[in-house]
Design a protein around this ligand. Structure first.
Ligand code: LMR
Length: 396
C-alpha cells in the first residue's frame, strides 16, 4: 500500500533547519525558523523557566492525565496574559481556554471546532501569512484564501486595501488576524487601525481567529495586547490562539492555548463541551510540563519579574539588531532603502529579495532564510551582521 505514497516537499520553514545543519561552512548564518538566538547563536532555556522547572520537578507527585483543557492554573495565566488581570472577561463566564500542543495545536483545534461544530466553510488569511496557516485550516476541512494586508512597495501594512477586502467577505466566514509581530512581515496595525478593522469584521459578521504567538516581542506584554483587547471588546465572539514557544522559550514543550469567547455564559458552556469533544478525538488531553512552568511563573511574583526581564532582554536585542541592520546596509549601498526594517516589530521582516537572490545567499554565502526572503532577526548579532550586510549588498 505504501508504494503509492509520493515524496512530499520539505516544510518551507522547518525543512530549512535540515539544510542549515548540513551546510559545512563554519560561518553559516541561520535566519530561517523563528526561534530566538542569543548573541552566541544559542537558543537558551530562560533563567525564569529553569527555576520554575526545578520547582515543578520538586512538587510533581503524579503523571496521571490532565483534564481535557489542561491545568486550571495554566488557563488562568493564559487569560490574564490575553485580557489583563482586571478584565471583566475573566469573570464573565464567557471564556473557554484549553492548553493545546503549541500555537499550531491551538489553530488546529480552532479549525476543527469551527468546521465540525459551526456552519463555517471558509477562512481568510492575510497576504502574506505564516506558511502553515493554510495547511492547518485545509487539514481541518476549511477552504482558505488570501486577502490584501501588506504593501510590498511601501513595505508596510495597507489599511485601505485590508478594509476594502474585508467589506467583500461573506458573513459567516472566518478571518485570521495576527495580534502583533505579523509573521512574516513584522508590520502591525496601530491601535486606531485595529479599531477600524474590528468594526469592519463585526459589521460583516465574520468570526475572528486571532493568532497571538509573539506577545511581548513588539513593545511589551501589555502593550502588545492592546489591539487584541480593543478588538475583543468589540467582538461578541472570537477565538484566540496563543503560543508560549517564543515568549517563554518553550518551543519543544508545545505550550499553546486556544481561548474561545462566546457571547454569553450559557453559550460558553455548550461551546466548552463541544471543544472538549473535538480535542478528545485529536490528542485527548495536553502535555503537562510547559503548562506547569507557565503556571508556576504566574503564581510566583519573583519568577514573574524574572520572566518579564528575560522577555525584555530578547525583545531589546532583536530591536537593536533591527537598527544595526539598517545602518549596516545603508553604509554599504545606497540604492535600496532598508529603513523599513527598523519600523517593523517581532522576530521577522521580509527583505523583499527575489527567490534567486535568496538562493544565491544560501549557496554562495551560507546564509539561510525562508524562500520569501523572510529573515529571523534573532539569528543576527555583532558576530555576523557585517558579513550578512556585505552578502546582501553583493546580491542586490
Ligand atoms: C516560524 O514561523 O518560523 C515559527 O512559527 C516556527 C514554525 O513552526 O514555523
Amino acid at each position: 500500500m505504501f508504494e503509492n505514497v509520493e515524496q512530499a516537499a520539505p516544510d518551507p520553514i522547518l525543512g530549512l533547519t535540515e539544510v542549515f545543519n548540513q551546510d559545512p561552512n563554519v560561518e553559516k548564518i541561520n535566519l530561517g525558523v523563528g526561534v530566538y538566538q542569543d548573541t552566541s547563536g544559542k537558543t537558551p532555556v530562560l533563567p525564569s523557566v529553569k527555576q520554575a522547572e526545578a520547582i515543578v520537578l520538586e512538587k510533581e507527585v503524579s503523571k496521571g492525565y490532565l483534564p481535557i483543557p489542561g491545568l486550571p492554573a495554566y488557563g488562568k495565566a493564559v487569560q490574564t496574559l490575553l485580557f489583563g488581570a482586571d478584565s471583566e472577561l475573566l469573570t464573565s463566564g464567557r471564556l473557554f481556554t484549553a492548553h493545546t500542543p503549541g500555537g499550531t495545536g491551538a489553530l488546529r483545534v480552532a479549525g476543527d471546532f469551527l468546521k465540525q461544530k459551526t456552519g463555517a466553510k471558509k477562512v481568510w488569511l492575510t497576504t502574506p501569512t505564516w506558511p502553515n496557516h493554510g495547511p492547518i485550516f485545509a487539514a481541518a476541512g476549511l477552504e482558505n484564501e488570501g486577502f490584501a494586508w501588506y504593501n510590498a512597495e511601501t513595505k508596510s501594512f495597507d489599511l485601505a486595501a485590508a478594509l476594502e477586502a474585508i467589506a467583500k467577505m461573506p458573513a459567516g466566514d472566518i478571518i485570521v488576524l495576527h495580534a502583533c509581530c505579523h509573521n512574516p512581515t513584522g508590520c502591525d496595525p496601530t491601535v486606531a487601525e485595529w479599531k477600524q478593522i474590528a468594526e469592519a469584521v463585526a459589521e460583516r459578521g465574520l468570526l475572528p481567529v486571532i493568532d497571538f504567538a509573539y506577545q511581548g516581542f513588539a513593545n511589551g506584554i501589555e502593550e502588545d495586547a492592546e489591539g487584541l483587547r480593543l478588538m475583543t471588546s468589540i467582538f461578541g465572539e472570537a477565538i484566540i490562539c496563543s503560543s508560549f514557544s517564543k515568549n517563554f522559550g518553550l518551543y519543544r514543550e508545545r505550550t499553546g492555548a486556544v481561548t474561545i469567547i462566546s457571547k454569553d455564559a450559557d453559550t460558553a458552556g455548550k461551546v466548552a463541551s463541544q471543544a472538549k469533544v473535538v480535542i478528545r478525538s485529536n490528542y485527548s488531553n495536553p502535555p503537562s510540563h510547559g503548562g506547569q512552568i507557565v503556571a508556576t511563573i504566574f503564581e510566583d511574583a519573583a519568577l514573574m519579574d524574572m520572566w518579564k526581564a528575560d522577555l525584555t532582554e530578547m525583545r531589546e536585542r532583536i530591536n537593536g539588531v533591527r537598527g544595526s541592520l539598517v545602518s549596516g546596509l545603508a553604509a554599504l549601498q545606497s540604492d535600496v532603502d532598508f529603513s523599513f526594517v527598523a519600523q517593523q516589530r517581532g522576530m521577522f521582516s521580509l527583505l523583499g529579495l527575489s527567490q534567486e537572490q535568496v538562493k544565491e545567499l544560501r549557496e554562495k554565502h551560507s546564509i539561510h532564510m525562508v524562500g520569501s526572503s523572510r529573515i529571523n532577526l534573532a539569528g543576527l548579532s555583532e558576530n555576523n551582521i557585517e558579513r550578512f550586510c556585505k552578502a546582501v549588498a553583493s546580491v542586490l
